[in-house]
Ligand binder design. Structure first.
Ligand SMILES: [Zn+2]
Length: 410
């Protein structure tokens, strides 16, 4: 089953905690976590029917709004509520309302595109995810069950929380979307996470992202697993083989491998970001290189610098994972210019191309200082942040990055 959102973006208000003049963090944040439903066979049928009816209610509301040229949610409510409700008697009023709210959002973006002179047809959806709220569902974290409205009344359905989301279990929930992906039922639940009250400290932790060692911090932590490189390499090789083959079965296999790769990368990024953030004390500043800058700066640099990182694949994802985990720990994330971080001596500051870097060791030509090359780079990254007066350069802040990505690999 396909689900389309047509540019419909889920708002996660309060994503980025604001810093008060006192350097305290106290804004609660919202995260979307996925919980996997394990319905009994009859319940699964009911969920499928609910999804189908919700989609039909959505489509009807869109039609009404499209014809009347209405995208205002309240006006659409007056026009659409009774016709939609009478056509879908098994959907509770609140689900009818949510279908209408989603219809209004879809119409709004369609009309906005039309205003720009683009050719737009009436929004359609094969599977519009039912939106639940405090009136239509209740999560019981202790028994791992959710009680939710369906076309067959309220059902109590069991669920599992993926381990990387386990620490969110127990927080108050806001809305949730019911999603079916390859016959698996998921609830994408928005949870409200209380922000830690942490005073900002002077501690600065520089992080170098490498290949052999996925990450090294300036306080001497070697993080991630060196084995990731080989696994990623195998998947990459397998993908290329399948792409060359191009047969029908190869394409099917390729799709599977892609999903596997995305899941593998996401898991690595979860593990690595957690370790990075835990390497810093609450209130500290975590400093990364601004890797996006590299790509725009020069092609040669991109080759030499980015290619030696395993995490070049997913810097955006890793960055956003670090950003939200840091926020929860009361840490700030900053970015620095990546130039020369691997060529500078972290002891005397001498910068030279020919500062030797062999078998992972950095050796300074001037003072003879010798250190693990990635650790030397991590220390330079921390030093750069200090040198900038504790402010990250323009565009360097990573903490205001995109919201938590809901993946498309499942
Ligand atoms: Zn030196």
């Amino acid at each position: 089953m396909k689900d389309s959102h047509f540019g419909y973006v889920r708002r996660e208000s309060g994503r980025n905690s604001a810093e008060t003049p006192f350097g305290w963090y106290n804004t609660p944040t919202q995260r979307t976590i996925r919980i996997r439903l394990t319905p009994a066979p009859a319940q699964a049928e009911t969920l499928a029917e609910t999804l189908q009816h919700f989609t039909s209610a959505f489509t009807q509301a869109v039609k009404i709004g499209w014809e009347a040229r209405v995208s205002n949610a309240t006006t659409l409510h007056y026009l659409a509520y009774y016709p939609v409700k009478s056509a879908h008697p098994t959907l509770v009023s609140d689900l009818i309302n949510q279908a209408r709210v989603k219809a209004a959002e879809a119409l709004r973006s369609a009309f906005a595109l039309q205003k720009q002179g683009r050719k737009v047809s009436r929004p359609v959806s094969d599977a519009c995810p039912p939106r639940y709220n405090q009136h239509t569902y209740r999560v019981d974290w202790a028994s791992q069950t959710v009680r939710m409205s369906t076309t067959s009344g309220r059902q109590t359905i069991r669920f599992n929380v993926p381990s990387y989301h386990a620490h969110y279990a127990g927080y108050p929930v806001a809305t949730a979307d019911l999603i079916n992906r390859r016959s698996v039922w998921w609830l994408h639940v928005v949870v409200t996470v209380p922000a830690p009250e942490v005073e900002r400290t002077d501690e600065v932790v520089g992080v170098d992202l490498g290949i052999a060692q996925p990450a090294v911090t300036s306080n001497n932590r070697f993080l991630g697993k060196p084995a990731w490189k080989a696994i990623e390499g195998r998947l990459f090789y397998l993908k290329r083989q399948l792409q060359r083959k191009g047969s029908k079965s190869a394409k099917r296999h390729l799709r599977k491998v892609r999903g596997k790769q995305a899941r593998f990368r996401r898991d690595c990024d979860h593990v690595l970001s957690k370790q990075i953030v835990q390497a810093a004390s609450p209130g500290a500043t975590i400093v990364l290189e601004n890797l996006t800058d590299i790509r725009t700066r020069s092609k040669i640099k991109k080759k030499t610098r980015t290619s030696r990182r395993i995490h070049a694949w997913s810097f955006a994802q890793l960055k956003s994972f670090i950003a939200y985990k840091a926020e929860e720990r009361g840490c700030t994330v900053a970015g620095v210019d990546p130039r020369h971080t691997s060529q500078t001596c972290s002891c005397c500051g001498h910068v030279a191309r020919n500062n030797r870097r062999s078998r992972g060791r950095f050796v300074c030509r001037v003072c003879g200082f010798e250190l693990h090359a990635d650790l030397n780079a991590a220390r330079n990254i921390a030093a750069k942040y200090h040198a900038s007066g504790g402010r990250s350069p323009a565009g360097g802040s990573l903490s205001t990055d995109q919201s938590y990505p809901s993946d498309s690999s499942e």
